[in-house]
Design a protein around this ligand. Structure first.
Ligand code: PAF
Length: 279
């Protein structure tokens, strides 16, 4: 497995693969990989001749006061994990390689980014769309893989690909959870033992919401309020949002429909965690 730090190295390698008629799958990540990322790499491995994993903590998608500096990093461990899953290349650029002096071009999206995480993280999706667009241009993958845990991100990327006529397939993969239900996240490492136990309230709320839908509840506001009430019982939890939205537009809805996304962001201590379920 090759580790490339420059755009030129990636382009040269991908060009060779493409000239041999091989397909390329891309798994964009910010590193500190866990089994959630592992499931994306494994799926990419099954569906493509070559697999590229990008490991880049993208400064552009972090707002002031967010965890850019403290975001966990461990390239050595990530490399061993990628290799064990059969990845062919890791793209691990420095920020200066991605954002050269004078950089001033962005991919900005309205509507979908103005709800949910976009409200509390106003620059986030501009950073995500811009870097993902750059990664697509650099790697030119046939398919790119994203987790359903970041459901709004997945919807935003699908919209961007559609709107800007990008020639690749976006593959969304199911949330991977710890045995007790907590959704896998690189940010789980921030949690103390007490916070780790409290964080279970997110997946419990998701389970409650899913059960209500299964039992035939059609009032989306009632589902959201029951989930919120459950979270509020946990003293270490502070709700950022719990919302039911249209699964494509991310606009709030009052009645259960398909596709629908019920998404939540909750602070456990200082750590902001997200979870969701889709209908
Ligand atoms: O989901 C992530 O890890 C990031 O937002 C992504 C898609 C790699 C872009 O930096």
């Amino acid at each position: 497995m090759q580790i490339a730090k420059t755009i030129k190295e990636v382009r040269t390698q991908v060009k060779t693969w493409k000239s041999e008629g091989l397909t390329v799958g891309l798994v964009p990540t910010m590193g500190y990989l866990h089994e959630g990322h592992g499931s994306l790499i494994t799926r990419a491995r099954k569906e493509n001749d070559r697999v590229v994993v990008s490991v880049f903590v993208n400064p552009m998608q972090f707002g002031p006061g967010e965890d850019l500096e403290s975001y966990p990093r461990d390239l050595e461990k990530d490399s061993a994990y990628c290799e064990s899953l059969g990845a062919d290349l890791i793209f691990h650029p420095e920020p200066e390689e991605m954002y050269t002096a004078g950089f001033c071009s962005y991919v900005d999206m309205s509507v979908l980014t103005e709800e949910l995480c976009g409200l509390s993280r106003p620059v986030h999706f501009r950073g995500v769309c811009t870097v993902v667009n750059k990664l697509f241009n650099i790697v030119q993958p046939n398919r790119a893989y994203f987790g359903q845990k970041d459901a709004q991100q997945l919807a935003v990327i699908r919209r961007m690909v559609e709107d800007l006529n990008m020639d690749l397939e976006i593959v969304g993969c199911p949330i991977v959870r710890e045995e007790d239900g907590l959704a896998k996240s690189s940010r789980n490492t921030y949690l103390s033992d007490e916070e780790r136990a409290a964080a279970l309230v997110l997946s419990k709320a998701v389970k409650l919401g899913e059960e209500l839908v299964k039992a035939g509840e059609r009032d989306a506001k009632k589902i959201v309020s029951e989930m919120s009430a459950l979270i509020q019982k946990e003293p270490l939890a502070r709700i950022d949002y719990v919302k039911a939205v249209d699964g494509l537009t991310m606009q709030q809805i009052d009645t259960v429909k398909s596709p629908m996304l019920v998404a939540l962001a909750v602070f456990i201590g200082k750590t902001r965690l997200i979870d969701n379920f889709a209908v």
